[in-house]
Design a protein around this ligand. Sequence first.
Ligand SMILES: *Cc1c(COP(=O)(O)O)cnc(C)c1O
Length: 397
Amino acid sequence: MTTDFSLEDDWQQASIAVRAGQQRSAEGEHSEPIFATSSFVFGSAAEAAARFSGEDKGNIYSRFTNPTVATFERRLAAMEGGEACVATSSGMAAITATCLGLLSAGDHVVASESLFGTAVALFDKYLSRYGIKTTFVTLTDLDEWQAAVKPNTKMLFLETPANPLTQIGDIRTLAELAHANNAWLVVDNCFCTPVLQKPLELGADIVIHSATKYLDGQGRCIGGAVVGPADLVGEQVYGFLRTAGPTMSPFNAWVFLKGLETLEIRMERICSNAQKLADWLEQQSSVSRVHFPGLESHPQHALAQQQQTGPGGIVTFELNGGQDAAWKLIDSTKLISITANLGDTRSTITHPASTTHSRLAPEARAKAGIRDGAVRIATGLEHIDDIIADVARGIGV
Ligand SMILES: *Cc1c(COP(=O)(O)O)cnc(C)c1O
């Protein structure tokens, strides 16, 4: 739960991602073991009592702590530069635990309207039932954020780059706005990962992850995490989580640990594939627009360059032929997978208007800028020539 491992101060991210958090057992294992156990034994009745009173910090039960899960938590905390991390059963459980661990009835949230769809439903449909109200604003419009803040606003919540149009939220400025109003800034860092963006260094209070995506990196497990200060995350969010129960399994934690070890080199390839694909798409006559933070034509290219060390792996583009052209491209793919997941070794393709964003009314979709001809590709690790060839065939090049 805490970052009490021996890290050298000058270690770079790649070394932290491979080494941080591990506490080798007496067996001398090189790779981290999976502690597949639901409970832990005590040496005596007195030791059991000391564990339960909190006087002895040792393990009791895997809903509270588990050594494999704790290794993942220490490693991700070190990568994000946070004091504490708690791992959760999914990215949505991370968002739920953050909100229910920190907020009470009567509190108000200001959130970007360009959030993962299920997060919008959580705020709008469920948290509102318990007296936590949310105002949704345009991610890139700072005046809207400012105007939405009320005396009872406790949390500002955003995701950047946003899905699927890759708009960028200004973390530093929104952190200042939050702090000037005694609120917390929570950033879902799923699309960038700590390799490309460190929200805590930019002033955010809490970072959320869906580990399901790039942290796993091979599309195997569902999981999530919350990173931030010891009092907020290590106590309040953790306290809610161990009581409510959506904690991470040791097996999944082990998969995510292995994912973190290769995260930096995967992100390098994913970003370079995405940049090359976006550059190529911008030259195609059947493509009217490409949304990608690594392009100079992106309205917030400069901000992306300031707060991210790479453009990310999400490329969304609009085909002149509308939905017909988009579906034709999707159906013609031989390499790229038709699936809504992302962050995999395999490139994936979706039609946001009829899948991830189909629940929005047509007017709301139009306001959000998600057109019928828009296609989202999340680049994987395949060779870029094969990815481009797969798209070229589908758009008739
Ligand atoms: C997938 C996703 C989530 C939710 O994560 P799950 O692991 O599916 O619960 C949250 N935020 C973003 C940005 C996502 O892409």
